[in-house]
Design a protein around this ligand. Structure first.
Ligand code: TRP
Length: 332
């Protein structure tokens, strides 16, 4: 496989859960061995919602700790805070000169925000796609691992890159493509009998990577079940099937088979199954909890990681910005 320059931004939005881990995150971790990766916490983009100064840093730090605990490796990848790379802002300014009001207003995520927060339709929201394009183009990234909801933004990144190239009759920017790992996503169900695990699905639906064992046990024991099968070998109702799916992720094959047999012979006791699932879940998440605790307590180590990422990101960004300034016509 060709080695690509990969770039992705991480929104600092609270705690990671098991669904996040088996979604994009595990693929980020794998990519690090195959490509040159730039991962950053999008703490400029956060300003569109006006966080307090205290929250701005603590949210960024929290998400950084959790991604590191889940396997992002500062030895393999360049991991940094977006706000440590002001070159991005210079490129953002240049790109904004060729981004048009009409096309920015037509972006789906912008229109959603206008509807959701009519009292805070700021210019930062409008130009969110040019900032995202700057994040990507500053490293001349060729691949961007993003979900479906970001495809339109990526399309705009290509538009801005292409426009810049043709305006200056240059080949400064490659046109970045989405990194599609959809086929490798494992869909993790939630605990309340609904669809997938998510923090907006209500209290207790998601298992977070930093949940204490007692919290995990409580959430799993409260998971929705029914009164059990009355006939052998029946298909499982959704909430029961969900528990088995979770079990397949964290328990041994033998354990899963054991409860499958009990289910199929109508002897299953969901209390027992949940107790087992809870213990296996606690064991599975133990390494995450440990690394999160270690990293959160070691401000100095975190600082070293951030400084190193900043330095490496800066090297790459400096090269691009020098070239861009020259192409535009600055001669200083
Ligand atoms: N917009 C992305 C999101 O909401 C975050 C992001 C910001 C990003 N800049 C990026 C993703 C650059 C990929 C590349 O999740």
């Amino acid at each position: 496989m060709k080695r690509e320059i990969v770039c992705s931004g991480i929104r600092p939005t609270g705690n990671l859960h098991l669904g996040n881990y088996f979604g994009a995150l595990r693929n980020f971790v794998k990519m690090q061995d195959e490509h040159d990766c730039y991962f950053f916490v999008a703490d400029y983009h956060s300003l569109t919602t006006h966080p307090t100064p205290g929250d701005l840093y603590s949210n960024a730090r929290q998400i950084l700790v959790q991604y590191l605990a889940a396997g992002l490796d500062p030895e393999k990848s360049t991991i940094y805070l977006q706000s440590d790379l002001p070159e991005t802002i210079e490129l953002y300014l240049f790109l904004n000169m060729n981004a048009y009001l009409g096309e920015l207003e037509r972006v789906t995520s912008f229109k959603d925000k206008v509807r959701q927060q009519p009292n805070n339709v700021n210019a930062g929201l409008l130009t969110y796609p040019t900032l995202m394009a700057a994040d990507i183009l500053i490293h001349k990234a060729t691949r961007v691992p993003v979900g479906k909801d970001q495809e339109q933004h990526l399309e705009m990144t290509r538009t801005f890159a292409q426009r810049f190239n043709s305006m200056y009759q240059s080949e400064v920017f490659p046109l970045p493509q989405a990194f599609n790992y959809g086929h490798e996503l494992v869909k993790i169900p939630g605990l309340n009998g609904s669809g997938k695990m998510g923090k907006s699905e209500g209290e207790g639906n998601a298992i977070f990577l930093n949940d204490e064992p007692s919290v995990i046990r409580k959430k799993i024991m409260k998971a929705k079940t029914d009164s059990g099968p009355t006939e052998p070998n029946q298909p499982k109702p959704v909430e029961i099937d969900n528990l088995f799916t979770l079990m397949r992720v964290v328990s041994t094959d033998e354990t899963v088979r054991h409860f499958e047999e009990l289910y199929n012979s109508c002897q299953i006791r969901y209390g027992d199954m949940k107790k087992q699932l809870a213990e296996d879940m606690v064991a599975f998440t133990e390494p995450f909890r440990q690394r999160i605790a270690e990293l959160s307590a070691d401000e100095e180590a975190l600082r070293r990681i951030m400084d190193r990422g900043k330095e490496r990101a800066h090297e790459s960004a400096r090269r691009t910005i020098d070239e861009v300034r020259h192409v535009i016509g600055y001669r200083n």
